[in-house]
Design a protein around this ligand. Structure first.
Ligand SMILES: C[S@@+](CC[C@H](N)C(=O)[O-])C[C@H]1O[C@@H](n2cnc3c(N)ncnc32)[C@H](O)[C@@H]1O
Length: 230
């Protein structure tokens, strides 16, 4: 069983997700106490995919995140570099155009997507800034980006309780439900290490995105960042 570390070596990250692919969605539901479904609805609202628009769902995994965009009639491309996650997705949603690709070298031409989005994926990419620039490259001028990622609760007492949950309760719970509990130790560590809301917004601006803003969900446990390609 593979567990990535904070240097996020791509082959370790990919094989860690290969290992958890079969139980990934169930484990998410349990560990997020069902909140993930609400977060996904908010991402869909923020992306606001319209019929026939081309939407890239990067780090799509099993494509659970992609389904909400496809429901509006948009053409959604789920892309990921874990073949295990892609295979699991293909079994369930064979009609979707699953594409193998690395976030730092996207297999798409310049300026092809109306919207690009990434849910719970950017934190796992070794070079965040390069991935943000790649997302920018493949987006049409006027197109938009939405990033859904774990973040940092803004109210200090809640932040303390949440960090306790992450570091103490999450790993034993994961042991009960996941095929690779160590992957959830990485999850906790990588969330703690991730930039806070203003810092991620600055990274988006640095990659060229305009009108960057964010909204907190569940008190900042998750943040939705958005931006536009001018
Ligand atoms: C936590 S899962 C999220 C899956 C899905 N977006 C969701 O919301 O359920 C993170 C995904 O990011 C993918 N990933 C991590 N680094 C990547 C990279 N450099 N290129 C493409 N995919 C990557 C992993 O393979 C994994 O499937």
């Amino acid at each position: 069983m593979t567990r990535a570390s904070l240097d996020k070596q791509p082959h370790e990250v990919a094989s860690m997700f290969d290992d958890v692919a079969a139980n990934y969605d169930l484990t998410n539901d349990v560990l997020s106490l069902g909140q993930d479904r609400r977060w996904r609805k908010e991402v869909a609202k923020a992306v606001n995919a319209r019929p026939a628009e081309k939407v890239l769902d990067l780090a799509a995994g099993t494509a659970t995140s992609s389904l909400t965009f496809a429901a509006t009639g948009a053409y959604v491309v789920p892309c990921d570099f874990s073949l295990g996650m892609l295979r699991e997705g293909k079994k369930r949603h064979g009609w979707m155009p699953f594409t193998a690709g690395d976030a730092t070298r996207l297999p798409f031409a310049d300026e092809v997507f109306d919207a690009v989005t990434i849910s719970f994926g950017l934190r796992n990419v070794q070079d965040t800034d390069l991935a943000l620039r790649e997302l920018y490259r493949v987006t049409k001028p006027g197109g938009r980006v939405v990033i859904c990622e774990f973040s940092h609760p803004t109210w200090a007492p809640f932040r303390t309780v949440y960090e306790e949950y992450l570091m103490r309760a999450l790993p034993p719970t994961a042991r009960a439900v996941s095929s690779n509990p160590d992957a959830y130790v990485y999850l906790a560590e990588s969330i703690r290490d991730w930039p806070d809301q203003p810092a991620l917004a600055a990274r988006l601006q640095g990659a060229g995105w305009s009108k960057v803003a964010w909204r907190n969900l569940t008190g900042g446990v998750v943040a939705l960042h958005r931006g536009v390609r001018a």
